[in-house]
Ligand binder design. Structure first.
Ligand code: PA5
Length: 492
């Protein structure tokens, strides 16, 4: 397994003094990286954070494979109901291994497809249901909290659709992935930790657990990502083998070996010292497009934080953007090359595509056409990436490259684990908690309040009060600055 990180276009010698980092700045910052490694390792060993341990959980991997084998051939569609960290990992794996959606092979019980119901757009949900055959669908409801309104609402619709077609058999076609068990301490002693788990127990659904020390966006290698992957025929043994290898590398103090830590250090320097507040994740591979969206959430939700660990207001964050090469060369690159110099670009390259790609050897006597004849798409996509990289460097735009030898389960598992480690190390370098998401929780609580969930009435009152204030401000009946929401934001 080979994954490389190339930082040379982040260097001041290439991107210029104002936009690049010097070798000596990097050398001087090594101790910061080693401190980040030691501090994260200590927390991980104490069991605070669980993602580094996932690839080694043989029992979990075996249990998923056993279940997948037991239901194989019973369905041609796996319908995942989940959102955010409970959906994006499955998408990254499906897209990475089975291929991007519009060009996936025909779906059959031998090669089932994945349908992900994350958004609650009614037209999307209705169209998805219309496209599936209830007799050939296996439903996987995924929510760590077991309460996210979007997931619960969609699940109730899908469950009803399934039950109307299958009657009592429906329960056997539903699996729940959520926090298992009940609270042992007062005040909640004896209550289920997850409403989805309670529903599963009362309705007789099969369940898989999400470890409590693994947050949504770090859960792709738990049953959250591995179960849907195994159900659509992805080799999760190879996936976790690659991730395990990357985990070993990610604990090494040698920065040449530890690609996640080295990448984190370079990204930190370029972001903080050169104020590149936007990171463009730029895969030159359609199969990595799902991973780019998975990464967007990982980077945004983990590193976008109001306060540091000491509680000081920092409002830190780097906005992740997903761009696809070569497609976005014809959409975004003009902005990237000539617009504000506030971005760092991370190319994701695949060395070997492993697909037939020779341009047929027929000439037409046209110079602008014939030069391509007998060359390959692999050579062309590589030339396009090099051309974009050169144009960026010539204009003082820093960029770096992660190269995967090829895109198979082993490499994808390693790459996802590398990104998770890089994010965790970045959290340490920034001295923030990369594993919480108070902003997301705030939005969820307001939604619960607005939709009438018992216990959340005060959120409804607060939002309605604020909306009244904002409406008044909009009509000019309040002085400037009134109702600007700062008070509400400050309380969280
Ligand atoms: O990363 C996270 O913690 C979030 O994005 C969650 O995954 C998302 O909010 C969904 O939560 P849940 O799995 O509880 O439905």
């Amino acid at each position: 397994m080979k994954i490389q990180f190339d930082e040379k276009h982040l260097l001041a010698g290439v991107a210029g003094e104002a936009n690049g980092v010097t070798r000596s700045e990097y050398e001087e910052s090594r101790p910061n990286a080693l401190e980040a490694l030691a501090s994260f390792r200590e927390k991980s060993e104490k069991g605070l954070y669980g993602f580094p341990h996932l690839p080694f959980q043989k029992e979990m991997i075996d249990a998923i494979n056993q279940y997948a084998d037991s239901v194989h051939f019973e369905y041609d569609t796996v319908c995942v109901v989940g959102i955010g960290g409970s959906a994006l990992g499955a998408w990254a794996l499906d897209c990475g291994i089975r291929g991007p959606h519009p060009v996936q092979g025909a779906f059959t019980p031998e090669h089932p497809r994945l349908v992900i119901l994350d958004n609650i757009d009614p037209s999307f949900t209705a169209a998805a249901l219309a496209s599936m055959d209830a007799h050939k669908t296996l439903v996987v409801a995924i929510a760590k909290s077991g309460a996210t309104a979007e997931t619960v609402a969609t699940f109730l619709i899908v469950r009803d659709w399934l039950e109307r077609a299958l009657g009592d058999e429906a329960a056997r076609r539903i699996v729940a992935v959520t926090t298992l068990g009940k609270y042992e301490e007062v005040p909640h002693k004896g209550e289920y930790k997850s409403p989805l788990c309670e529903l599963a127990d009362t309705q007789g659904y099969k369940t898989f657990g999400v470890p409590e020390n693994v947050g949504g966006r770090f859960s792709v290698l738990s049953p959250v990502g591995l179960l849907p992957a195994a159900l659509i025929g992805i080799d999760i043994g190879e996936l976790t083998r690659g991730a395990a290898e990357m985990t070993h590398r990610s604990w090494q103090p040698d920065l040449e070996e530890n690609v996640a830590l080295r990448a984190a250090l370079w990204q930190w320097l370029i972001w903080i010292r050169k104020e590149k507040t936007i990171q463009v994740a730029f895969p030159y591979s359609n199969q990595l497009w799902g991973t780019a969206f998975w990464f967007r959430q990982l980077w945004a939700e983990s590193l976008g934080k109001k306060r540091n660990r000491a509680g000081a207001m920092v409002n830190v964050g780097q906005t992740p953007v997903a761009a696809l090469g070569t497609t976005d060369q014809h959409s975004q690159v003009q902005l990237y090359i000539e617009g504000p110099n506030d971005k760092v670009f991370t190319f994701w390259k695949v060395e070997e595509f492993g697909s037939p790609d020779t341009i047929p050897a027929r000439t037409f006597g046209l110079e602008a056409v014939d030069y391509l004849v007998d060359q390959t798409l692999t050579k062309l996509i590589d030339a396009e990436q090099r051309a974009t990289a050169a144009a960026l460097s010539m204009n003082g735009r820093p960029h770096c490259t992660v190269t995967l030898d090829r895109l198979d389960e082993e490499h994808l598992g390693a790459f996802l684990q590398m990104m998770e480690f890089q994010t965790a190390f970045m959290g340490e370098l920034l001295d923030i908690d990369a594993f919480n998401q108070p902003g997301v929780e705030q939005g969820k609580n307001f939604t619960y309040g607005l939709m009438g969930r018992p216990g959340f009435e005060l959120y409804k009152e607060e939002i309605e009060e604020l909306e009244k204030k904002w409406a008044a401000a909009g009509q000019g009946t309040l002085g400037s600055g009134a109702g600007n929401g700062v008070g509400a934001a400050e309380r969280t």
